[in-house]
Design a binder for this molecule. Structure first.
Ligand code: IPE
Ligand code: IPE
Ligand code: MG
Length: 248
């Protein structure tokens, strides 16, 4: 059963929040700890933010946990990150299920070690009917890889060139069926997309904070949502009230 939600009283709430959970390594370095300790702290933080999403009534959360470029890190770190995902599923699945969280995966599952593929598939299966919050775990995910994968499937399906539209491409992405992210948060201050949701982010609002991911708490999350509520999303058009004022 899902717990009661207390939506924030903001003028506008994002239906879909995506997060580049960055800065775990620097968080650890600052404390004289190994990088993996930073990743573990980051995982603890993720529990808090998931809870806050359920409480505030966010419907979709996409989290960037391992990019296609992160394979280039030292072997121990790569394996450590795989183990951490395995541990998180082992420890948290029951509670997530009780909170009404549906887990999904975006990226290439096939390249992950067998033990992890099985864990992820069984977590997806177990939570597939939950509707409170849909979480996309981007693990071995890359935006370019996703687009290449979509093009390959479109060609294999024999779809004629003139039928390839923006909506059709969206249907072939790993995120098919999800609304595009309304708000993308990046922690640790980096001002780049790092191959995350490059198609879906076309009109997302951005929020970047210098805070490292393990320290990005519920209050900081609220600040990001408040910032979003004050944005004027014009989608390339002219704000209608300004336009009318000019006409008078
Ligand atoms: C983000 O933290 C987590 C992953 C990329 C897996 P980093 O590990 O990138 O931390 P920094 O950027 O080195 O501080
Ligand atoms: C992006 O962070 C990937 C994840 C958070 C999983 P990185 O730390 O890998 O990105 P760069 O190298 O700073 O661009
Ligand atoms: Mg980083």
């Amino acid at each position: 059963m899902s717990q009661a939600t207390q939506p924030l009283s903001l003028s506008k709430m994002p239906a879909h929040v995506a997060i580049i959970m960055d800065g775990n390594g620097r968080w650890a370095l600052k404390r004289g700890l190994p990088r993996l300790a930073g990743h573990k702290a980051g995982t603890e933080n993720l529990r808090r933010i998931i809870k806050a999403c359920v409480e505030f009534g966010v419907k979709y959360l996409t989290i960037y946990a391992f990019s296609t470029e992160n394979w280039g890190r030292p072997k121990e770190e790569v394996l450590g990150l795989m183990r951490i995902l395995e541990d998180v599923i082992d420890r948290e699945l029951e509670e997530l299920n009780q909170q009404g969280v549906q887990l999904r995966h975006i990226g290439q599952l096939e390249r992950l070690p067998g033990f992890l593929q099985e864990k992820v598939i069984s977590a997806i299966e177990k939570t597939k009917h939950n509707q409170q919050l849909i979480i996309n775990i981007a693990f071995n995910y890359g935006g370019r890889d996703e687009i290449i994968h979509a093009i390959q499937h479109i060609i294999r399906a024999g779809i004629p060139a003139e039928n390839v539209t923006s909506d059709l491409v969206s249907q072939y992405l790993y995120t098919a069926g999800n609304p595009d992210p309304d708000l993308i948060i990046r922690t640790s201050g980096e001002l780049r997309i790092s191959n995350f949701l490059i198609w879906q982010a076309a009109y997302s609002e951005w929020y970047v904070t210098p805070t490292y991911w393990p320290d990005f708490d519920k209050d900081e999350f609220k600040k990001a949502l408040e910032s979003y509520a004050n944005r004027d999303r014009r989608y390339g058009k002219v704000n209608s009230t300004e336009y009318e004022a000019k006409d008078d």
